[in-house]
Ligand binder design. Structure first.
Ligand code: ADP
Ligand code: MG
Length: 339
């Protein structure tokens, strides 16, 4: 009997990897926004058509790519962001897996336009299902523009699984807001079909929050600031009387990356003990800085879960910092008859 094992062709491997990285149009937006930020963009524009199902375009004014890099960027495990395994423990960038562009190019029609500052001419590449269909020098602004059309065109099951435009747009807005909240100094716009959903000027954290959630948010915010050896916390919690019946406005950022953490969420809720009505969820926008060596981001391809070395200590610091802030701002407990 002959041997039966063979290596999968690249385009098949890419398509499999894409299944993990790209669940829906919003996942593409997240990856492209993160790439633009890693490229040190100051202005980032996002255009979508039909909730990103037809078209997603992200334009940045970052560092751009050389001709060779532009082509290499679509190879799997091709990255400029890490070199060694040790680098994984001191990540300064959002990306490092070198998988996003390869994955996206495996399941969509992709057009890249890119130029570095000082280069006279840029590079344009078209890729469909991992195959380069065109590459030529072209005139384009400094920075990078990535257009992703017809997402999941070659995976009907995935395409059919996408929800209504309203739902998919909601997911996109969520991702967009998370990234925008993490980087208030960068200018962001989001345009859906022909309507502008967001136009966010460069701002500080408080202004960025109110630009996204409305001017009234400003008066709800109680600043939280704490610095310890293992953790620096800044940001805001919402005053208890404004707590909502849904979890809408709850954001943790660790080293400028949005993360989900039921455990840390519990620490916040614990700090609000006695101040909240039943079934009310406090708002929070908390920015945590920790030593990159003390976390592992590489648990899941989408990187929204991370593992902390010293979870218990973080919990205690956070809870007491928030309690302190709420106390300082004289937040009165809710009276019984208010329940
Ligand atoms: P990763 O971000 O994990 O490195 P990606 O597949 O997202 O992997 O991108 C591959 C590489 O392409 C990046 O490491 C970067 O060098 C380059 N790249 C991607 N997007 C941009 C961009 N908007 N501007 C400049 N370079 C980019
Ligand atoms: Mg990336």
């Amino acid at each position: 009997m002959s041997d039966v094992i063979h290596l999968l062709p690249d385009h098949v491997a890419n398509q499999i990897a894409a299944g993990e990285v790209v669940q829906r149009p919003a996942s593409v937006i997240k990856e492209l926004l993160e790439n633009a930020i890693d490229a040190k963009a100051r202005n980032i524009q996002v255009f979508i058509k039909e909730a990103g199902k037809i078209l997603i375009k992200v334009v940045d004014d970052g560092v751009g790519m050389s001709i060779t890099d532009a082509r290499l960027s679509f190879e799997r495990h091709a990255t400029s962001k890490i070199k060694t395994a040790e680098d994984l423990f001191q990540l300064q960038t959002k990306g490092f897996r070198g998988e996003a562009l390869a994955s996206i190019a495996a399941i969509a029609h992709v057009e890249l336009k890119t130029k570095r500052e000082g280069d006279e001419i840029g590079t344009c590449i078209k890729i469909e299902g991992s195959q380069v269909v065109a590459q030529e020098p072209c005139t384009t602004a400094t920075g990078t523009s990535l257009t992703v059309k017809n997402l999941f065109y070659n995976i009907p099951a995935r395409r059919n699984f996408l929800k209504s435009d309203t739902v998919e747009t909601r997911h996109i807005v969520d991702e967009f807001q998370r990234v925008a909240l993490a980087h208030p100094n960068i200018t962001f716009t989001l345009v859906h079909n022909t309507g502008e959903l967001f136009q966010l000027p460069s701002a500080n954290y408080r202004q960025r929050i109110t630009n996204i959630f409305g001017g009234k948010t400003n008066e709800k915010l109680v600043p939280v600031n704490e610095e310890t050896e293992i953790l620096t916390i800044s940001g805001f919690v919402g005053k208890p009387q404004f707590a909502k019946r849904t979890r809408g406005e709850q954001f943790f950022f660790v080293n400028d990356r949005f993360i989900k953490s039921p455990y840390l969420n519990h620490a916040v809720t614990a700090a609000f003990e006695g101040l909240l009505k039943d079934n009310a969820f406090p708002s929070y926008f908390l920015y945590l800085k920790v030593d990159p060596k003390s976390i592992d981001i590489n648990i899941h391809p989408t990187k929204t879960e991370i593992k902390f070395d010293d979870e218990h200590a973080l919990y205690a610091i956070m809870r007491s910092a928030i309690k302190h802030s709420l106390g300082q701002f004289n937040v009165a407990p809710i009276l019984d008859f208010d329940r």
